[in-house]
Design a protein around this ligand. Structure first.
Ligand SMILES: Cc1cc2nc3c(=O)[nH]c(=O)nc-3n(C[C@H](O)[C@H](O)[C@H](O)COP(=O)(O)O)c2cc1C
Length: 229
């Protein structure tokens, strides 16, 4: 039984962090933390759960500050354009304090990292007006435990009107089917990222880079906003 002052601190903490503590909880379970307090599911045990989170936060702060949230970038690339975009999106994410980012080819997925990630950003070349079959295969066959995570997308196309936006919508549809929370940031920050970042022709062009950086910033900011650091 908690004394009254401590109880008030914990209740305040619970209010302040609202539902995010539950999301953090499942992520930490995925990371393999097995402290008793994490396993609480009964509402009567919420106080004990909040106390465990509270203690964890204090320990994290003592260790030197904040906890970083993971973001995974999963891409397919044959000739390097989409891979270059992946690196630019990563740079954009890294501008936001409190995140760590890992790029991985879709053929070489780090499943443990995926499961710990709060967001996954997918990159594909445009093939015949849609995403590549390699990315579609990931969603159709290989994807595991990606539900509930934020999802973003970027594509590389050869020519304006080459199907980039449609390719992105196909990826977004797959995200939704898996229960992901599709997000781009939209027209809130410039340059506007509509469905996701689209690079056309040369990957070296500045406007292509700016869209990729902005997508990364948008996704990373949302991760920090929703899940904290
Ligand atoms: C099989 C195939 C189909 C393609 N279809 C399109 C297309 O419909 N529209 C387009 O703009 N570019 C198309 N492209 C060009 C690629 O999307 C473009 O070169 C892209 O930048 C390649 O990405 P990567 O370097 O990451 O492999 C196609 C390329 C291939 C190989």
């Amino acid at each position: 039984m908690l004394g009254k002052p401590r109880q008030r601190v914990f209740e305040g903490f619970a209010r302040e962090h609202h539902s995010i503590k539950y999301i953090s909880l499942s992520a930490r379970l995925a990371e393999g933390e097995t402290e008793k307090g994490w396993l609480v599911t009964n509402p009567h045990h919420v106080t004990s759960l909040v106390r465990t989170i509270f203690v964890h936060r204090i320990k994290t702060a003592k260790k030197g500050g904040t906890m970083s949230q993971k973001i995974a970038i999963v891409y397919h690339s044959e000739t390097g354009n989409t891979r270059a975009m992946a690196d630019m999106v990563r740079q954009g994410c890294m501008e936001i304090k409190g995140v760590e980012v890992k790029c991985m080819p879709v053929a070489d997925i780090d499943q443990a990292y995926i499961e710990q990630s709060k967001a996954i950003i997918f990159g594909s070349p445009v093939y015949a007006g849609t995403c590549s079959w390699q990315i579609k295969k990931y969603f159709d066959i290989d994807a595991k435990n990606i539900g509930g995570k934020i999802g973003g997308v970027f594509v590389s196309q050869n020519s304006p009107g080459g199907g980039g936006c449609f390719a992105e919508m196909v990826v977004i549809a797959s995200m939704l089917v898996h229960g992901m929370l599709a997000y781009s940031g939209g027209a809130n920050n410039k340059p506007y990222v509509h469905f996701g970042a689209v690079a056309t022709e040369s990957r070296e062009k500045d406007h292509n880079k700016e869209f990729c950086l902005q997508l990364g910033r948008n996704i990373a900011s949302k991760v920090v906003e929703l899940f904290g650091t």
